[in-house]
Design a protein around this ligand. Structure first.
Ligand code: ATP
Ligand code: MG
Length: 570
């Protein structure tokens, strides 16, 4: 492409509405333009990056034996009623009527449509296994669309669906997708982790989220520095404490703690450490109070609490709510003789002779023991994992990081095939339900995630496989025939070698061109200027590390295409 003709309207100033760096840079580079909340036009070279991701995804899906199809975006409500999701899905599903007053919706995902295909077209075990995928625009009426392509209402997704004869066969399909996803994200040049998305209790987990590691991620994940372990912090399981201390249980005592309500104040006053104290936190669980016990230096993990209690919502109670429920002022609450339900973190049950609130203003209790002095309704893993916990898999050191979910794979089982009656006949002629899996990749989100992970103060640093252009040629002598001829020759020859080249033939100052080249994140910059007239050399600079070399145009042609091809292979 010739820059003088390209629709790539770069902006010098930072657009005010963009909160994260990928959004800012994609706007500044002229890759996207907003139409309305969460809905963007992919401008030519933003689209080029999306297409690069699509091609990698397509190649890896095909390599894994999946077949591409394309399903409709507009879907009849009745199909969604069959699966029971028309009512359940909530306001993210955009619903409307057509001219015949038929209820319809815009596809946020395609389980219903694909199951309808499956029940009509798959009949026998001979048709299985099969994996069908599409790359398509999805619509979800997100409550808070933000961060540009990261969380749009309209976005590009690859979704795949597998059909198998049995659970075991479905696990094979799942593992194939797991491998295909690893290859996709490696080829995209991303640093990522596959995170178990459920507790992974029975024989390995069959739901994984693929997370790109980047500071602006919406999920916090914990990763092991020694092994492959990675988990969402909300779900990271903490191993039970193996040995309870063999200290003897001492007599319960009440101690005065005048005005000391906070853990730090109580500890300082009593001369103890926070790990000798147990906090009693009151939560409203679907509106009913429950006291949660964790060690003084720990935090309650609300998702774990919610799952344990089987409620829709938990919320920390305010001072008045605590007083109304227990008759005790905040800061002095404890589990001994308390009138509301009590649940305890597993660590508390393993402690001996600890301190708790005295259920009376200005008082605490010492030498408290779980089981003897109070009996929790549940003892469970209820606290947040920390970096000082050992890795649950290998005992190694953990690290906390933010992650952007770019893919999700999920073993569905027979939920949809049962509700929608999708059957096949097995080897013995017995009719059975198809066993399904579903697999999503956020294609447009990947471009944003790649930029979050690869940028500096001057702009984007595209990984070669996603870059709309791999080489930018700067002609710094538009009036000079020798320079221009060399630039035109390189432009032609690099294109012939299959390289995506942008020739900056604009009548602009060198500094201006350098700035745009950096902003656009083109991996290799080749500058043809005055030096070429002097010594026949051009300058080749790598965007990522700034390494610069001088060489002849023929050396550029001899080395650059091969270097680029090597980065694309991976
Ligand atoms: P999230 O928790 O981020 O909302 P999700 O669990 O709703 O994601 P899935 O339904 O599993 O996502 O969709 C598959 C993939 O599509 C996700 O892994 C993500 O990469 C992408 N995706 C989901 N919602 C959006 C969105 N609003 N904008 C861009 N990409 C999205
Ligand atoms: Mg979502």
């Amino acid at each position: 492409m010739r820059y003088s003709q390209a629709l790539m309207p770069t902006l010098k100033e930072t657009p005010a509405e963009a909160e994260v760096v990928s959004h800012r840079l994609m706007l500044r580079a002229g890759f996207i333009r907003k139409l309305t909340a969460g809905i963007y036009t992919y401008m030519p070279y933003g689209l080029a990056a999306i297409r690069k991701v699509e091609n990698i995804v397509r190649e890896e899906m095909n390599r894994a034996g999946a077949q591409e199809l394309l399903m409709p975006m507009v879907q009849p409500a009745d199909l969604w009623r069959e699966s029971g999701r028309y009512e359940k899905y909530g306001p993210e599903l955009l619903r409307f009527h057509d001219r015949h007053e038929r209820e319809s919706c815009l596809g946020p995902t395609h389980e219903e449509v694909i199951t309808d295909i499956a029940r009509k077209e798959l009949h026998s075990y001979r048709d299985l296994p099969i994996n069908l995928y599409q790359i398509q625009t999805k619509f979800r009426d997100e409550i808070r669309p933000r961060f540009g392509l990261m969380r749009g209402r309209e976005f590009v997704m690859k979704d795949a669906y597998s059909f198998d004869v049995s659970d075991e066969a479905a696990q094979v399909s799942y593992k194939k997708m797991y491998e295909a996803y690893r290859r996709i994200f490696i080829r995209c040049g991303l640093k990522f982790r596959a995170v178990q998305a459920d507790s992974g209790a029975i024989g390995g987990s069959f739901s994984h989220e693929f997370m790109v590691l980047a500071a602006t991620g919406e999920d916090t994940i914990v990763i092991c520095t020694a092994c492959e372990y990675a988990a969402n912090v909300e779900k990271a399981a903490i191993k039970p404490v193996e040995n309870r201390s063999d200290e003897l249980e001492k007599d319960l005592e009440k101690v005065e703690t005048p005005g000391k309500r906070k853990v730090t104040a109580v500890c300082e006053f009593l001369g103890i450490e926070p790990d000798q104290l147990v906090k009693t936190m009151v939560y409203q669980a679907d509106g009913k109070p429950v006291a949660v016990l964790v060690r003084g230096d720990r935090e309650v993990e609300e998702v774990k609490l919610k799952n344990l209690l089987g409620v829709a919502d938990v919320e920390l109670a305010g001072d008045k709510e605590v007083f109304d429920a227990t008759g005790v002022p905040t800061g002095y609450l404890g589990p001994v003789g308390i009138s509301i339900r009590v649940v305890a973190d597993q660590e508390v049950a393993a402690m001996k002779n600890f301190y708790v609130g005295g259920n009376e203003k200005n008082h605490h209790m010492k030498n408290v023991n779980c089981g003897r002095d109070f009996q929790p309704e549940h003892i469970a893993d209820l606290r947040q994992i920390t970096v000082s916990d050992p890795c649950p898999d290998c005992g190694g050191t953990l690290e906390l990081t933010e992650g952007i979910e770019v893919g999700h794979i999920f073993k569905l089982g027979t939920g949809y095939s049962e509700s929608m009656n999708a059957m096949f006949s097995d080897k013995d002629g017995v009719e059975k339900h198809l066993v399904m899996g579903c697999y999503g990749v956020g294609v447009s989100r990947i471009v944003a995630a790649a930029i979050e992970q690869n940028h500096d103060e001057n702009g984007i640093i595209f990984p070669v496989p996603l870059a709309p252009f791999t080489v930018i040629l700067l002609n710094l002598g538009l009036q000079d025939k020798e320079i221009t001829d060399a630039a035109e020759m390189l432009y032609r020859e690099l294109q012939d070698a299959g390289v995506d080249v942008l020739l900056d033939d604009r009548d602009e100052r060198p500094g201006f061109k350098f700035k745009d080249a950096d902003l656009l994140g083109v991996p290799f910059r080749v500058t043809i200027g005055k030096n070429f007239v002097k010594n026949g050399l051009v300058e080749v600079r790598q965007r990522r590390d700034g390494v610069t070399e001088e060489m002849s145009p023929s050396d550029v042609l001899a080395s650059l295409p091969a270097k680029i091809a090597a980065e694309l292979k991976n």
